[in-house]
Design a protein around this ligand. Sequence first.
Ligand SMILES: Cc1cc2nc3c(=O)[nH]c(=O)nc-3n(C[C@H](O)[C@H](O)[C@H](O)COP(=O)(O)O)c2cc1C
Length: 210
Amino acid sequence: MSFLEALNWRYATKRMNGHTVPQEKLDTILEAARLAPSSYGLQPYSVAVVSDAALRNKIRGLAVPQPQVTEGSHLLVFATWTTIDEASVERFIEHVASERDLPLSSLAGYTDAIKSTLRKYPTQVEREHWASKQAYIALGMALAAAATEHVDATPMEGFSPEALDELLDLKAQGLRSVVVMAIGERDESNDSMTSLKKVRWPKESFITHT
Ligand SMILES: Cc1cc2nc3c(=O)[nH]c(=O)nc-3n(C[C@H](O)[C@H](O)[C@H](O)COP(=O)(O)O)c2cc1C
């Protein structure tokens, strides 16, 4: 299946059949999320994988009940850091220096550039907004990877982030959930969306060329 065939095959699956996504496919999807580009490479977000069925049962009831949460096999929770400050930047720069075997001093300009971007977003609310835009890129990469792995997936904002954070104790981990993604296998006999034509704006209005 070509990349575009995979993107046409995928859809936001409403009903899943309980099939468990194999570990190697899950690993590929998570690795795609990890490899997503982010501003300066800071990655001010992470992914929590919920596979425990009892926990997913509780999550299903948070706000809009979404059967995919329990009918899938894993729920990927994309969460932004609740502290994005100069110390976070310094920790990141130390990581870069260590991974690339570089002296910290050679990264002074890089460090200043990230810190000056943070100064453009003085409040934590603004910083989390900045971080969440990047978390959505990781979500997109994970959705595309799921499609190429022939794994069904549903991106979902229809839940209460506060209730999910509480349930998963994310606040204590310095995280706040922004979007979740259920993965599993479509239940063709119960999902009325399976056979529907994909609807997108036509290329002529979506893309302009100059
Ligand atoms: C950020 C975001 C949030 C979404 N939230 C939900 C959701 O809570 N429940 C759901 O069933 N689908 C949700 N969707 C799926 C969209 O409705 C779906 O992607 C869109 O209608 C296009 O259809 P397709 O993905 O099947 O091609 C969400 C999609 C995105 C990108």
